[in-house]
Design a protein around this ligand. Structure first.
Ligand code: F6P
Ligand code: MG
Length: 478
C-alpha cells in the first residue's frame, strides 16, 4: 500500500527536502528550545522548572543528532499506540540517517520525537511549544479577521433568516451567488495565511457578480494552476437537490490561527447555505509541523472571539518592548466578532460542527495507508460527501510525497484514496514542496523557466514558495 515511485529524500540536493533537513529543521528546534526555556523559566513550580531543563537538553540532543547526520533513534515507549509503527518503519528503512532518509517520514518522525520528549514528563505532557507562535500570528492578522467577520455576519444572517442573499430575486440568481461565494470562500481558505484583503467584496448580488471580474481575485486565481472547485460545488449542490437529509463535509485541517479562522468561515457558510448539514473537522493530536491545529487551538480561537476587545488589547512582551499600543476595536467590529463566536459555538454545541482527532493524522506514512492502518477512519470518511484536505503536508501525504511526473493524473497519484475508494477528495494546496501532479502537459516546464523557477537545475523551485496552488478533485468512484 505504498507507491513504487521513489519518494523525495533528504539526500537529494535538488529537492526542497535537502534544504529542509539541513537549514529549516534546526531553526525550528531552536525556536522550540527558546519557547520552553521561556515558559519553564516563568514557572514557580520547581518540578516544572526541572522538567523544562530536561526537555531543553533533549531538544538540544535531537538538534545535535540532526545536524551531525546521526541515525534516527527508535522512539522511546511513551505510552502511545503509534510508537511501534514509527519504530518498525525505522527498521524497514534500515536505520537511516538524517541526511539521507525519505523526506515525508523523517519530517513526521521529527515532530513525533519532539512530542515524545514532552510525553515523558509528568507536568508538561500536553504542552504545545508552538502555541505562542500560533496565537501571536493570529493576533497580527486582525485587519483580515475583522473584515471577514463583518461579511460573514451579513451573509449568514441573510441566509439563515431570509434563506436568500441581498438583491437576489430568482432561484437561479441565488444558486449563482452561492457558487461565487463557495469559490471565494474556498479560495480564501486556500490562500490561508496570505489572504489578500481585496478578495473581499460586499454582499449585494451585483457586487458578488463583479467579484468575478475583480482584479485581485483574478490575479491570485491565475496562480491556481489546476482548479477543480466547480466539480466540488456540483457534488454539494447535487446532494442538496437530491433531498438527502444528512450531508457531511469533512475538513482535514492544516494550520491554526488565521487558516483555522477561514476554515471555520467556510464551514459556517456551507451549513448556512445548506450545502452541508454537518461539518467534521480533523485536527492533529500532537504539536505538528509547527502551526497545525490541535483541539485546544479551536478552543483558543473561540475564546479570543468571545472577548475580542481583551484579546486584541493584550500585547505580547515583544510588542510591548518595541512600544506598540493596541487600537481598541469599534463597537461594530466587536459585534461582528462576537457574532462569529455565537454562531460557531452554537453550531458546535448543536453537533453540526464536530472536532474529530485521530492518531492516524500524525503517523509517519502517507494516506495511501489509510484503509489498512485505520480502517474505522476510512469507513468514516466514506460517509462524507466531500473530504477537503488543506495545505501542503496533506497533499504530500495524499500523493505519497513521491517523484511523480507532473502530468500523472491526481486520481492515480492518490493511490488507494483514488477511484474505487468511495472517498471524495478535494485538495486545497499551496505548493511548498516538490511533489505536484495533475498538471497540463508543459506547465511544469513553463513554470521552471520563470525567474527562480528552477530552470535546468533539475529542481522544481517554483513549487517551494507557496506562490502557486492546485485545487484538485477525485470523486472516488470505481
Ligand atoms: O515545505 C515546507 C513545509 O514546512 C513542509 O515541510 C510541509 O509539507 C509544509 O511546508 C507545511 O505546510 P502546510 O502547513 O501547508 O502543510
Ligand atoms: Mg501545516
Amino acid at each position: 500500500y505504498d507507491t513504487k515511485t521513489p519518494q523525495y529524500n533528504t539526500g537529494d540536493p535538488s529537492s526542497f527536502a535537502y534544504i529542509s533537513a539541513r537549514d529549516r529543521w534546526p531553526v525550528i528546534i531552536t525556536q522550540g528550545i527558546d519557547d520552553v526555556h521561556r515558559s519553564a523559566g516563568a514557572s514557580k513550580d520547581e518540578e516544572v522548572l526541572n522538567e523544562g531543563k530536561w526537555v531543553v537538553a533533549e531538544l538540544a540532543r535531537l538538534k545535535y543528532e540532526l545536524q551531525h547526520d546521526r541515525e534516527l533513534t527508535p522512539l522511546p515507549d511513551d505510552g502511545e499506540s503509534d510508537v511501534e509503527g514509527y519504530n518498525k518503519e525505522l527498521e524497514a528503512l534500515g536505520n537511516p540517517k538524517w541526511h539521507s532518509v525519505p523526506w515525508l517520514f523523517s519530517e513526521c518522525y521529527l515532530y513525533r520525537r519532539v512530542s515524545s520528549i514532552f510525553k515523558q514528563t509528568q507536568k508538561c505532557k500536553s504542552y504545545d511549544l508552538f502555541a505562542r507562535q500560533k496565537m501571536s500570528t493570529f493576533q497580527s492578522s486582525r485587519p483580515a479577521v475583522v473584515e471577514l467577520a463583518a461579511r460573514y455576519k451579513d451573509i449568514v444572517t441573510e441566509l439563515e433568516t431570509k434563506h436568500t442573499l441581498k438583491g437576489i430575486k430568482t432561484q437561479e440568481e441565488l444558486e449563482e451567488a452561492e457558487k461565487i461565494l463557495f469559490f471565494e470562500m474556498c479560495e480564501i481558505c486556500l490562500w490561508g495565511n496570505a489572504t489578500d484583503l481585496s478578495l473581499l467584496t460586499n454582499l449585494s448580488y451585483e457586487d458578488i457578480q463583479k467579484l468575478q471580474g475583480s482584479e485581485a481575485r483574478k490575479s491570485s486565481e491565475k496562480n491556481i494552476i489546476v482548479n477543480d472547485l466547480g466539480k466540488a460545488f456540483a457534488v454539494l449542490t447535487n446532494g442538496q437537490k437530491s433531498g438527502k437529509k444528512e450531508r457531511r463535509v469533512d475538513i482535514v485541517l492544516d494550520n491554526a490561527g488565521f487558516e483555522l479562522f477561514v476554515d471555520l468561515i467556510l464551514a459556517g457558510y456551507l451549513l448556512a447555505a445548506g450545502l452541508a448539514t454537518t461539518v467534521v473537522l480533523h485536527p492533529k493530536s500532537i504539536p505538528w509541523f509547527v502551526s497545525d491545529v490541535l483541539p485546544q487551538d479551536f478552543g483558543s480561537l473561540i475564546s479570543a472571539l468571545a472577548d475580542p476587545q481583551t484579546f486584541y488589547s493584550t500585547l505580547s512582551d515583544e510588542d510591548k518592548l518595541v512600544g506598540k499600543t493596541a487600537t481598541p476595536l469599534s463597537d461594530s467590529e466587536v459585534s461582528s466578532l462576537k457574532f462569529l463566536f455565537e454562531h460557531w459555538s452554537g453550531i458546535h454545541a448543536e453537533g453540526q460542527l464536530v472536532l474529530r482527532p485521530n492518531i492516524f493524522w500524525t503517523a509517519g506514512g502517507s494516506f495511501w495507508r489509510l484503509a489498512n492502518t485505520e480502517p474505522s477512519l476510512y469507513e468514516d470518511l466514506k460517509e462524507s460527501e466531500l473530504v477537503i484536505f488543506k495545505g501542503d503536508l496533506n497533499y504530500r501525504k495524499l500523493t505519497c510525497d513521491a517523484a511523480w511526473s507532473s502530468t500523472t493524473p491526481f486520481a492515480e497519484a492518490i493511490g488507494s484514496l483514488g477511484p474505487g475508494s468511495d472517498v471524495r477528495v478535494l485538495a486545497l494546496r499551496t505548493c511548498k514542496a516538490d511533489v505536484v501532479v495533475g498538471l497540463p502537459e508543459g506547465a511544469d516546464e513553463t513554470l521552471k523557466d520563470m525567474e527562480g523557477g528552477g530552470g535546468d537545475s533539475g529542481a522544481r523551485k517554483w513549487a517551494w514558495s507557496g506562490k502557486w496552488a492546485v485545487v484538485q478533485f477525485s470523486d472516488g468512484k470505481a
